[in-house]
Each structure stands twice: as structure tokens, then as C-alpha cells.
Design a protein around this ligand. Structure first.
Ligand SMILES: Nc1nc2c(ncn2[C@@H]2O[C@H](COP(=O)(O)OP(=O)(O)O)[C@@H](O)[C@H]2O)c(=O)[nH]1
Ligand SMILES: [Mg+2]
Ligand SMILES: [Zn+2]
Length: 315
């Protein structure tokens, strides 16, 4: 199902009847212009024609280096979108191999948000990982690590990393877990996503702690940016200051996000069991026998309730 992006850093050039064209990675988009990484490692600013407007960070494009214009875009493997206002979906980045959900131990680990993100990531599809940043705070506050509830995610065979951008704890392990693929950091504002990218890429200057400009988004030119590294990994920081969490479009999508529940659901008496109150429910049974963490069932029920309230539980 999932194949990592090859050649994250440098792509090739081709001779065509039109002359030399370059296959480049899109580093960032600014309105009708984009920055691309040329095969020689330099960044070139190129223009987008209106016909070819749907280009974002992480895309692979063909560029005419003389005219500085984008000639074409290769098909995307996947794309991360978020809702902009009520209606418009905005694509943030494309061709993502691994999505890291970044959280902090204080004020508390946002479990439901993690579960929500996992549904979105399974549906991209992409691989998922959980990063608990600010591990320095957890210890100073006497909080116990690891959080017992996080074991539910480890049971899903997800990497769960304890790190601190401030002290450098766990950064090497994080870097190793991300090598060779394209990675994006998502999660609430203020958990330290930009700080982590800064710790991972000490040569880069990022906007850290830029929260609360008043008019949300207005003055931020922040856009997703593709940072390619020597160890053939790529990193993308989530742009902007607004929290976002993925949309869940229906029960089918929800089911995909809970492979651990599905495993047990095969034994439910009713094929379309919602695991709320139906008789002979193998999922609730598994929780009762401690084969499945209660937190996962609770998350399922809460997200399902959300779908019911939004009128999206039909499909
Ligand atoms: N104590 C502690 N503070 C951190 C750590 N990482 C980031 N911060 C602080 O958390 C705040 C938000 O960081 P930022 O990287 O902008 O978060 P973002 O909104 O997720 O990008 C800043 O004041 C950082 O200095 C950490 O590991 N430990
Ligand atoms: Mg940030
Ligand atoms: Zn059931």
C-alpha cells in the first residue's frame, strides 16, 4: 500500500525537443511562484501558469530553467489537506511518507486528537508516528513517563518517541526513525513542532513560538517548506498558527483508522455493530478482557458520535 518517496533530495534532468527541462521537488509555494530544488542542489524560483495552479510543497514538477516556468506536475501519491474556513479545502503538502503527530505532556496528552489524526493518516494513506515533545517538562513536574495510555499506540505498532527539542533528548532516535522518507509534523500549536525541526536541522532558521498575532493567519506568510537532508530524509513543518485536525467523512474512513478494533469486530454478532450497546459485541468483550485498551474504544465511540451529530454516519 505504501511506498516511500525515492530521491527526496535531488531528481534528474531530461533533454526534450524543447530543450533542457528539470525534474524538481517543490520546496515551497508563494502565491503564483514556487521555489524548487534543482538537480544540482540549488533553489530556483519559478512561475506557475494559471492552467497549472494546483502545485504545493512536496510536488514533483518539470521546469524550464531558462524561462523559469513550470511545465508540468507529476501525479501525487497523497496529499494532506485542511479546511480553510467552512467550505474550502486547502492542500498543505503532497507526497508524504510519514506523519508525526506531535503532542506535549502538559497540560495533558490530547488523546482524542491523536486518534482523530490517526484516522486521517490511515486514509491518506501514510505511515504514522507519535512524538511526545517537552519530555523535560514531564520529568520536572513529576509526571510519570511513559504515559500508560500511550501503550495503546505502541500496541498498534506505531513508533512512540519521547523527545525534547530543548534538551536534545531523543532527537537522534527521532532522526533515525525518519531517515529515507518524507516526514511532516502535525499537532496542536505550541507543542514544539517548529522547535523540533530546528533541533533536527540546526542550520535552518525557522519561526519558533510565533503564536498569537491577533488576526489569525493574516500576517503570517508561513507556508509549508520541504527541508531535504543529507541522510535522504525530508522534513515539513506544519504551516500557520491555526490548529487543524483532519476531517472524517464517514464511517468507512473511521473504520480504516481503527485497525485494532476491526480485528476484534469480526467476532461481533452484528456485521454492522457500532460497539455502542449491541449484544454480543466482541470489541466491548475484548476491552473487558483487557485485550484492547479502553481508551481506543472510547475514542471510537466519541468520533462516531461526532459523525452522527454531523449527519455523516450514513456511509
Ligand atoms: N520546555 C520545553 N519547551 C519547548 C520544547 N520545545 C519547544 N518548546 C517551547 O514551546 C513553545 C512553542 O514552540 P513552537 O516550536 O513554536 O511550537 P509549534 O507551534 O508546535 O511550532 C516555544 O516557546 C518553545 O520554546 C521542549 O522540548 N521543552
Ligand atoms: Mg510552528
Ligand atoms: Zn461490536
Amino acid at each position: 500500500m505504501h511506498r516511500p518517496t525515492r530521491a527526496l533530495r535531488l531528481l534528474g534532468n531530461q533533454r526534450t525537443p524543447l530543450g533542457m527541462t528539470l525534474r524538481c521537488r517543490v520546496v515551497a509555494r508563494y502565491g503564483s511562484e514556487i521555489d524548487v530544488l534543482q538537480p544540482d542542489g540549488r533553489v530556483l524560483r519559478a512561475n506557475l501558469r494559471r492552467k497549472l495552479d494546483d502545485v504545493v510543497c512536496g510536488d514533483v514538477v518539470t521546469v524550464d530553467p531558462e524561462e523559469r516556468v513550470v511545465l508540468g506536475r507529476e501525479p501525487r501519491r497523497n496529499q494532506l489537506t485542511r479546511r480553510d474556513g467552512f467550505i474550502r479545502l486547502r492542500t498543505i503538502a503532497a507526497n508524504i511518507d510519514r506523519v508525526w503527530i506531535v503532542v506535549a505532556p502538559r497540560p495533558e496528552i490530547p488523546h482524542l486528537l491523536i486518534d482523530r489524526f490517526l484516522v486521517g493518516i490511515h486514509n491518506l494513506p501514510a505511515e504514522a508516528g507519535i512524538v511526545v515533545n517537552k519530555a523535560d517538562l514531564a520529568r520536572a513536574g513529576g509526571g510519570s513517563l511513559p504515559d500508560p495510555d500511550l501503550s495503546a499506540y505502541a500496541q498498534l505498532s506505531l513508533p512512540v518517541l519521547q523527545v525534547s527539542a530543548r534538551t536534545g533528548k531523543g532527537i537522534e532516535a527521532f532522526r533515525a526513525a525518519a531517515a529515507g522518507v518524507s516526514n511532516i509534523l502535525v499537532g496542536p500549536s505550541g507543542v514544539g513542532k517548529s522547535s523540533l525541526i530546528q533541533a533536527l536541522l540546526p542550520g535552518e532558521r525557522l519561526r519558533v513560538g510565533e503564536i498569537g498575532h491577533g488576526g489569525e493567519g493574516r500576517h503570517t506568510t508561513t507556508t509549508a517548506r520541504w527541508y531535504a537532508t543529507e541522510d535522504e530524509a525530508a522534513w515539513i513543518d506544519s504551516p500557520g498558527v491555526r490548529d487543524f485536525s483532519p476531517e472524517i467523512d464517514g464511517v468507512q474512513q473511521l473504520v480504516l483508522g481503527f485497525p485494532d478494533l476491526s480485528e476484534h469486530a469480526a467476532g461481533c454478532r452484528f456485521r454492522n455493530c457500532t460497539h455502542r450497546a449491541e449484544p454480543r459485541c466482541a470489541v466491548r468483550d475484548a476491552v473487558a478482557r483487557a485485550l484492547l485498551p479502553r481508551a481506543r474504544l472510547d475514542a471510537w465511540l466519541e468520533l462516531l458520535e461526532g459523525l452522527v451529530q454531523e449527519g455523516r454516519s450514513g456511509s
